[in-house]
Design a protein around this ligand. Structure first.
Ligand SMILES: Cc1cc2nc3c(=O)[nH]c(=O)nc-3n(C[C@H](O)[C@H](O)[C@H](O)COP(=O)(O)OP(=O)(O)OC[C@H]3O[C@@H](n4cnc5c(N)ncnc54)[C@H](O)[C@@H]3O)c2cc1C
Length: 461
């Protein structure tokens, strides 16, 4: 960035909310994709007008701007890959209003999803999207990535709960998409276009979300199976029995072995896979669903089935699921964490395909994830000190994407394209769709100053 641009930015923010110091630049130089890129400056906006002023300057001076939430993104979406200014929203994090009578809440983008739930609880409502990162990831990040998570099987994903967005365009103009009502079909749905846009079309400064009543009762069930196939068939039978769990998590043998080495969860040594399910709703209905589900599980040979009703018991079961990620890091220095999504009916084929990729390329692949919506986290485990293993790992990732697309699925169920999957988007999208998307980007951002280097392969490269 030119000195003149930095000087002008200093006049927009008080000194404690603008920095070019190496310490501050390092803190916003990485995310959960484990890449690192250094910005020229970072600012912590607190008002829509500040964001608008920044974009007017960026448009005039031609520097790049990268919106950032908590930096928990898995695809490099918030990284300043071309240098420029990071706008970190952690200080723009208020719940503006809770309107339970309208089934709505209005928030600033930097609020974490965990804080949002805490704020909403006294009003008896909750925000259903539930990425496993909810304790620290922000609402702005969830909207930009269209985060999915654990409850998507019943409640859907972030896009299903965003009612209206106040956003600053790359030109600095401020728009408010839709109305803060639960139904509106006036014109094109720009709100939906912005959800999942990965910070490339506009910067969100205020978000109205739909909320639902907190369910009366929650029950969790955990059961172990002989292998991938039996667990998947059981999951499919449960869904076919007109039972709708709010969560349906699958863990393969590799995940269970890693977790057992990490902590003693009492996982039976012979377990070849596991399903963790959760039901919510009216107390009598939930008890009935859980009971019917236990029957289906036992028909599919589930062993050591545990039923958890209190918050503490349920938390214990979820700790097992949440421990997989940290446990995998102890298994190999690098996990190439992919999040493909396939039709639920083709899960068994997908898992068999991933196993054969693993055998063919001699790389360890460990699978777990959201079986209820076909979104599997495929972890290709590699040691980067072995260049050939690293190369085979990346080849395995390509083949995993190809397999998912062949089965009618997607290369990313919830983590987004960012800068890590740009080269693979054409596996899934036709040239016409890609061109339409590029054209939309140009309409919003003709100068290419907002979050450049994301989603699309740069023209000419
Ligand atoms: C342990 C762990 C578990 C996870 N589990 C899940 C899961 O279950 N489901 C799931 O979907 N994801 C999951 N994720 C991925 C990640 O947490 C989500 O993508 C999350 O929504 C990112 O939020 P963030 O605040 O960290 O955003 P960041 O990583 O900071 O940014 C993500 C994107 O949002 C954009 N952005 C941020 N704020 C704004 C704004 N105000 N306006 C416009 N664009 C903005 C950024 O430019 C970037 O493109 C997990 C990550 C971790 C580390």
């Amino acid at each position: 960035m030119r000195k003149q641009a930095i000087d002008k930015l200093r006049s927009v923010f008080p000194p404690q909310r603008f920095s070019t110091s190496p310490e501050d630049l390092i803190t916003c130089s990485y995310d959960a994709s484990r890449q690192e890129f250094r910005a020229d400056a970072v600012a912590w906006p607190q008002t829509t007008d500040e964001v608008s002023e920044v974009m007017r300057l960026a448009s005039l001076e031609g520097f790049a701007v990268y919106p950032r939430g908590a930096g928990s993104g898995m695809s490099g979406g918030a990284l300043p890959v071309r240098g420029g200014l990071v706008l970190d929203f952690c200080k723009m994090n208020r719940l503006i209003e809770s309107r339970p009578e309208d089934r709505l809440a209005v928030c600033e983008p930097g609020i974490t999803l965990g804080e949002l739930q805490k704020w909403l609880k006294p009003d008896g409502v909750f925000f259903p999207p539930d990425p496993a990162s909810h304790d620290f990831s922000t609402l702005g990040g969830a909207v930009a990535e269209c985060a999915g998570g654990l409850r998507a099987v019943k409640y859907g994903v972030t896009r299903d709960y965003i009612v209206s967005i106040e956003a600053v365009l790359p030109s600095g103009e401020i728009i408010e998409t839709g109305r803060t009502v639960l139904k509106s079909v006036a014109g094109y749905d720009i709100t939906r276009l912005l959800v999942g846009s990965e910070g490339t079309l506009a910067i969100f400064t205020k978000i109205a979300v739909r909320v639902l009543p907190i369910p009366e009762k929650v029950i969790a069930l955990l059961g172990y199976f002989a292998g991938d196939d039996t667990a998947v068939k059981c999951a499919q039978s449960i869904l076919a029995s007109r039972i709708l769990p709010r969560a349906m998590e699958f863990m393969d043998r590799g995940s269970l072995e890693c977790v057992s080495r990490y902590r003693d969860f009492g996982i039976p040594g012979e377990a070849g896979s596991a399903l963790l399910l959760e039901f919510d709703g009216a107390a009598s209905a939930v008890a009935d669903e859980a009971e019917r589900c236990e029957d289906v599980m036992s028909k599919h040979g589930a062993s050591n089935v545990r039923r958890a009703e209190s918050d503490e018991e349920r938390e214990e079961l979820w700790t097992l699921r949440r421990s997989i990620s940290p446990a995998l890091f102890r298994h190999a220095p690098i996990k190439l964490n992919e999040d493909v999504c396939v039709p639920i009916s083709r899960l068994s084929e997908a898992l068999a395909g991933f196993r054969s990729i693993s055998e063919r390329l001699s790389v360890d692949i460990i699978n777990f994830g959201h079986a209820g919506d076909g979104n599997i986290h495929v972890n290709v485990m590699v040691d980067e000190r072995d260049p050939d293993e690293l190369r085979r790992g990346h080849e395995a990732v390509r083949q995993v994407y190809e397999a998912a697309v062949r089965l009618g699925g997607s290369i990313s169920g919830e983590h987004g394209i960012g800068n890590v999957k740009t080269g693979f988007l054409s596996l899934e999208l036709s040239p016409v769709e890609l061109e339409l998307m590029r054209s939309l980007k140009k309409v919003f951002d003709p100068k290419g100053i907002l979050n450049p280097g994301k989603i699309f392969v740069e023209e000419g490269s």
